[in-house]
Design a protein around this ligand. Structure first.
Ligand SMILES: [Zn+2]
Length: 105
């Protein structure tokens, strides 16, 4: 369940909200719980992916998006390398350019 941090631009109050889905979070228009202002900014927080795991190929597209949004370049590079370079278990990772793996229809 995704959780996002927000900061109110009106009173600088910081708060967190949980959403059922990432889509719901994207469409949400949260209001500050302190002053009820709708002028809030979503803060990018670190994504909790265990460093020992490092299996980005197993992430869902939404989780990948979270990694990208985190702005952690090392993590993003690693993910792109794993997902774009090779699929460890042959699972269908969404890749716009799959040169050597024909898609079954
Ligand atoms: Zn506020």
């Amino acid at each position: 369940m995704p959780q996002y941090d927000f900061r109110c631009d009106a009173c600088q109050h910081r708060f967190s909200l949980r959403f059922k889905t990432y889509a719901a979070a994207d469409e949400a228009a949260p209001h500050c719980p302190a002053c009820a202002s709708g002028d809030v900014t979503r803060l990018i927080s670190q994504v909790a992916i265990p460093r020992s795991q490092r299996d980005y190929g197993g992430l869902t597209s939404q989780e990948m998006l979270s990694v990208l949004e985190s702005g952690d370049k090392r993590q993003v590079d690693e993910m792109v390398r794993q997902v774009g370079g090779r699929s460890p278990d042959g699972s269908a990772a969404p890749s716009p350019q799959s040169e050597d793996s024909p898609e079954p229809h």
